[in-house]
Design a protein. Structure first.
Length: 590
């Protein structure tokens, strides 16, 4: 059972008092017994002197025992003791508690211890069992002598009387000690409550302190060590509150930094187990399971990350970097910088910073492809122009028939080169955001009519049938008129280029909530399914030779995609090989 502190104090004080009072009681009990016997003996001495003088005055030379026994009776009644008159030879001459008739039957007392001691020392005493009265007695005797007789006067008191007196005194003593103990226990309990009240106050505060409430204060006016303790705890509370505030502030700052970082961060302890992952890392590595206390390999199934962590924890060689490709589950290219945490010249952990450079590497690849494609696209018309120009300079100018053909080829390829350069400039403006798009409400019907009229000659050359399935009312979209015209000019021109002779083109439009969706459907050669995802990439052609023959730059659909996205719309394509293609453009409705 758990005892409270004031109960313990009361119990300790009570135990100490019981021990003190018990020791005092037994000591006083022994001393009281000795004192009582001493007092009785002193009284017996006085009584014995009185009895001796009484006998000297009242005992005469009588031949019979009757007068002597009467003297013994008077002394016994007067002193309330047993009085015995004994002759020098030990014969009992009188006894206050024995009838005169029985005196001859009493054995000789000469050899009684008290008589023998009185003979030798003038007074004797003894404690012994009386064979005459059948009880324990305290005897005291001394000799007497007058002109008529000499002998011994002996006084006796039953030990039971003395014991009764001692027992009564013991009871009084015990009763006093009992109530003293009760009062001490009550006083001790009150004192313990007074002492423990501030302790309980401190305990209550420290409980609140442990629960995180640092606003309370211990107010004590005990002017002792407890008051000093209270002041110390109050000061400690202020210090801890300030430290915790600093820790929380620093933690919040660190969390804000980690959350705002576009890089992923992993912190390891000196055993290589994960302590912390920031949200960015969890997001792009799609980590959903519990990570704390686990190895990187258990959380990210990539042995190269684990090996990099092991290396930086074993070798204090500064920052370690590694670029790797991981399937998580999508393929990602990661650049990882691993730095050891050094404390007291020992490696105490590591920090791994993950950079997702997938898009960077993709853009680098696109840039390389773009440079290669531009170089290739420029090389062909430039080489053609240079070759025919050199031929003309070498004397072909005089051949008027061939010279005209050569000049026509130079003109055609220079026009193709100009178209390529213009498309590159337009695409560059769109991607860099430098193209000014002046948006407003424009008529979609008018733009499509104008586009078809511009391309009418090419439509007639291939004997194509163009049909419209537009709404009866004027459809208006929100956008830049020139940009929207360029979108549909490129799409309709593609529908013409890749259509079969005598084929058809159907242009339809319909409203969908806040947008207008325009479909341009042709009956051309179609696009293979594996090429559809890349159809909007720059310089991507399904049939490069055929595209160049038709005069395409490979940038038209890329320009379309960027212009549509700049208007907040979408462009998509569906196609069946040898059956035709449908391009769908969604633009905001005005």
């Amino acid at each position: 059972m758990r005892l409270k502190i004031h109960h313990k104090i009361t119990l300790i004080l009570s135990t100490i008092m019981v021990l003190i009072l018990s020791g005092t009681y037994f000591y006083l009990k022994a001393q009281l017994t000795i004192y009582t016997y001493q007092r009785i003996q002193n009284t017996l001495v006085k009584d014995l002197n009185f009895a001796s003088e009484f006998i000297k005055r009242n005992l005469f030379a009588a031949s019979d025992l009757q007068p002597i026994d009467q003297v013994a009776d008077v002394i016994g009644q007067s002193l309330q003791l047993r009085a015995t008159v004994i002759a020098l030879d030990g014969k009992v001459l009188g006894d206050s508690q024995i009838s005169v008739e029985d005196l001859p039957n009493i054995e000789n007392h000469l050899h009684r211890p008290e008589i023998q001691q009185a003979l030798k020392q003038g007074r004797g005493n003894s404690r012994r069992f009386s064979t005459t009265l059948k009880k324990d007695m305290l005897y005291m005797a001394q000799p007497f002598q007058n002109q008529y007789r000499q002998g011994f006067i002996r006084l006796a008191i039953p030990l039971s009387d003395i014991d009764s007196l001692v027992q009564s005194l013991r009871k009084v003593l015990l009763f006093s000690f009992f109530w003293t103990l009760v009062l001490v226990i009550i006083a001790g309990h009150i004192v313990s409550l007074i002492i423990t009240k501030p302790i309980l106050k401190i305990s209550s505060y420290t409980q609140s302190f442990a629960d995180g409430d640092y606003s309370q204060r211990i107010l004590l006016n005990t002017n002792d060590e407890l008051e000093d303790l209270a002041k110390t705890i109050n000061y400690m509370s202020d210090q801890i509150k300030a430290r915790i505030s600093d820790v929380i502030t620093n933690k919040s700052r660190m969390e804000a930094v980690l959350l705002s970082m576009v890089e992923g961060v992993m912190v390891l302890d000196n055993n290589g187990t994960i302590l912390l992952l920031n949200q960015t890392l969890k997001d792009f590595l799609q980590i959903k399971q519990d990570f704390f206390g686990r190895k990187p390999l258990e959380v990210i199934r990539n042995i190269e990350i684990q090996e990099l962590a092991n290396k930086v924890l074993k070798e204090n060689t500064g920052v370690q970097s590694s670029e790797l490709t991981a399937l998580l589950p999508q393929e990602k290219i990661l650049l990882i910088h691993a730095t050891p945490i050094i404390r007291q010249d020992k490696i105490d952990g590591a920090v791994l910073v993950f950079h997702d450079i997938t898009e960077l590497r993709r853009l680098e690849r696109i840039r390389k492809d773009f440079v290669a494609n531009v170089s290739h696209e420029l090389r062909t018309p430039v080489s053609t122009i240079k070759g025919y120009a050199e031929t003309l300079l070498d004397g072909a100018l005089d051949d008027r028939k061939n010279a005209r053909d050569f000049v026509g080829i130079i003109h055609s390829d220079s026009q193709r080169l100009a178209n390529l350069i213009n498309d590159l400039l337009d695409l560059s403006k769109i991607e860099s955001g430098k193209m000014i798009i002046d948006q407003g409400a424009i008529s979609l019907n008018s733009i499509i009519d104008r586009v078809v009229k511009v391309l009418e000659k090419k439509i007639l050359e291939k004997n194509l049938k163009v049909s419209f399935n537009l709404s009866n009312k004027i459809l208006k979209v929100w956008g830049d008129e020139n940009a929207v015209s360029q979108i549909f000019l490129n799409l309709v021109e593609n529908a013409i280029k890749y259509n079969v002779d005598g084929g058809s083109i159907q242009i339809s439009a319909q409203t969908q909530n806040d947008f207008v969706k325009v479909n341009i459907e042709d009956t051309g050669i179609g696009i293979p399914a594996q090429d559809i995802p890349r159809i909007f990439e720059r310089f991507y052609r399904v049939d490069k030779a055929h595209s160049r023959q038709l005069g395409g730059t490979g940038l038209g659909l890329s320009i379309v995609k960027h212009l549509v996205q700049a208007h907040g719309g979408e462009v998509s394509v569906s196609s069946v090989l040898e059956q035709g293609t449908i391009f769908s453009v969604t633009l905001p409705k005005a």
